[in-house]
Write a protein that binds this ligand. Structure first.
Ligand code: M6R
Length: 614
């Protein structure tokens, strides 16, 4: 949530900042701004709305702004104060010499602001961040040292923050610090970069250092001073970033979402690679540190996650219980953290997160860790804050996901849960070998089946066109595909703003059926297996109330032709693995409906890719 970028070196900072912000735009798009130092003066350029508005302003002053070889930039997802130009970052102090960009929330900003106002500070914005600018200015007036000023300020601010600060009188320096919000330093030759996420800097360098909580870096073009907030000098841990810049290109697709949907066959192959080598070989999960004895002592598994990751977790529950006979609870992390935490050393706690930076999920796993639970993290970002809390890790290897609506990361999480559940079943010997082998085979052939669905996307597009004007949408399923119904509905509502809900088909008659009439599309996920006949009769019930029926099915049963107005077909698949296939047409359906409605698919309103505030 919010994106930060910084540069100091010998090149012009402007394009580095704007390109960095472009690659972070998925983190927020309410407003944007940069601060540069030109001829010894800090100058701010800010604009409300999409990044393009800032680009237009800076373009008009390009010759002037390109003189600066130092700068900080920010893209905002508003928390405190409306998304206006005044509230856009960077923020400054009374004298205008300081500029600050911030990601996170300063929880005690009201008290700090009151105090600072009493001391003569004049606030221009409604943001919590402006407090930091004034506070650092006060500390600088006392110390004449920017690092010390930032350090003293961090002693007074509470909450979550990643901060970058520049001062006009120390024009070759950026000071950065963080607590509970991500920030990394990219290292070049005679230059440094700062970013809240890898995409902002990956085109410039793969050499980086992650700043940890309560640490401060002071960067000049040729030096990096690295201390903690108690002034201890720290040894930098330089890492090689395993990302490719090409991941940030749309590769000819109109939107990142469409590109990422199409990447899913390869994502499945990547996730399986090295872990599921052959049907008769056991699953290898190198970074899962639980042994057979630990598994024997497990009484329960608790999974915490949010949004799309929560839906992947629900599939995880279904298959772990089915394959291993261990009870599994799944709860939204945002609920888990505000009630008594009942986990212990015999509970395995699994945190699932694409970004690894979701504040609710981080808090949940920290609470469970404090009670002695083993923490297993399933994430697309092994370099994230959440991954650093892990005792065991399952990296899902989906590659950078840019679209705010998660698609390929969901696929990677679901496949990772299959691997984990089979791995646990093998350790616990809780499943027949022949059944395990059948599942492994289904996973190995899954990429071709997804490719088949993608090859028929025109028929899904046609279906989307037919239903794009619906005001509401209902998705129904039972059993293992109930989370698929929820995820299909979430995809549709987040990018098209159509009110979509997923229900277990059996629950329809207990209330939601009252909403059905000739204007309501009901999409039934009708996969052959245990509950096929049941969903079929639930669909008949909906049809009898005049709902517009759509089937998503692998069935070749002719009797469904009369029941459904539209049929989306997927290849034959085992019900137990079907969620990984059934989601693909639903992602495409949501995508094409949003496209027909002219919505901003990659950057839906009010959302941000990673939600780093509770
Ligand atoms: O990074 P995470 O997986 O922890 O994010 C959780 C949710 O915020 C995320 O899945 C959100 O629901 C997406 N917009 C879904 O498309």
């Amino acid at each position: 949530m919010c994106g930060i970028v910084g540069y100091i070196g010998s090149k012009s900072a402007l394009d580095i900042l704007l390109d960095g912000l472009t690659n972070l735009e998925y983190r927020g798009y309410d407003s944007a701004g940069i601060a540069v130092n030109i001829d010894g003066m800090v100058e701010l350029y800010k604009a409300e709305g999409k990044l393009q508005n800032l680009k237009d302003i800076t373009e008009a002053n390009r010759t002037h702004i390109t003189k600066s070889t130092i700068g900080i930039g920010h893209i905002r997802w508003a928390t405190h104060g409306a998304p206006t130009t005044i509230n856009a970052h960077p923020h400054s102090c009374n004298c205008g010499k300081i500029a600050v960009v911030h990601n996170g929330i300063i929880e005690n900003y009201k008290e700090l602001r009151e105090n600072l106002e009493k001391q003569g500070c004049v606030f221009r914005s409604q943001t919590d961040t402006e407090t930091v600018a004034h506070l650092v200015a006060h500390k600088y007036a006392q110390t004449n040292d920017l690092t010390e000023a930032v350090r003293l300020a961090t002693k007074e601010i509470e909450g979550a923050y990643a901060l970058c600060v520049i001062h006009q009188d120390v024009k070759d320096t950026i000071v950065a610090t963080r607590r509970n919000a991500p920030l990394l330093v990219g290292i070049g030759e005679g230059e440094y970069y700062l970013a809240s996420d890898v995409p902002a800097i990956i085109q410039h360098t793969k050499k980086a250092m992650y700043i940890d909580d309560n640490q401060i870096v002071t960067l000049t073009p040729n030096s990096m001073k690295y201390i903690d907030t108690d002034k201890n000098v720290l040894e930098p841990k330089i890492e090689h970033l395993p990302w490719e810049p090409v991941a940030l290109s749309k590769m000819g697709y109109k939107h990142f979402m469409l590109k990422e949907i199409h990447e899913q066959p390869d994502v499945v192959r990547n996730v399986l690679s090295g872990k599921l080598k052959a049907i008769d070989e056991k699953i290898k999960l190198d970074e899962v540190t639980l042994n057979a004895n630990d598994f024997k002592n497990l009484t329960r598994i608790q999974i915490v996650a949010c949004g799309t990751s929560l839906h992947a977790a629900m599939i995880g529950k279904y298959i772990i219980e089915d394959f291993c006979g261990i009870p599994v609870d799944v709860e939204p992390a945002s609920e888990f953290i505000y009630r008594r935490t009942i986990t212990d050393k015999n509970t395995l706690v699994i945190g699932v997160s694409q970004s690894g930076e979701t504040a609710d999920t981080i808090t949940a796993v920290r609470q469970a860790k404090a009670l002695g639970s083993h923490i297993l993290i399933v994430t697309n970002r092994p370099d994230s804050t959440m991954a650093r809390e892990a005792n065991s890790l399952v990296p899902v290897n989906a590659g950078i996901e840019v679209s705010v609506a998660a698609t390929k990361s969901y696929m990677a999480q679901v496949i990772s849960f299959y691997l984990l559940a089979i791995y646990m079943a093998e350790v616990k010997e809780s499943m027949e070998l022949s059944e395990l082998n059948k599942l492994k085979h289904e996973l190995i052939v899954l990429p071709q089946k997804i490719e088949e669905v993608l090859a028929h996307k025109e028929s899904i597009k046609a279906c989307a066109k037919r239903f794009a004007n619906a005001k509401d949408f209902i998705f129904i399923a039972r059993g293992i595909n109930f989370p698929t119904a929820l995820e299909g509905a979430l995809k549709l509502k987040e990018i098209s703003y159509i009110n979509a809900t997923g229900y277990t088909a059996g629950e329809l008659k207990h209330g939601p059926i009252a909403m059905l009439d000739e204007s309501m599309p009901v999409l039934s996920i009708l996969i052959t297996g245990k509950v096929y006949e049941k969903i079929l009769s639930n669909s008949e019930e909906a049809k009898a109330r005049n709902a517009r029926m759509i089937a998503l099915t692998n069935s070749t049963d002719e009797k469904i032709n009369d029941l459904f107005e539209a049929i989306i077909r997927v290849p034959e698949i085992d019900e137990l693995v079907s969620p990984a296939l059934a989601i693909v047409p639903l992602q495409l359906l949501a995508y094409y409906i949003a496209e027909f409605l002219g919505k901003d698919v990659d950057q839906p309103r009010n959302l941000a890719k990673s939600v780093t505030v509770e």
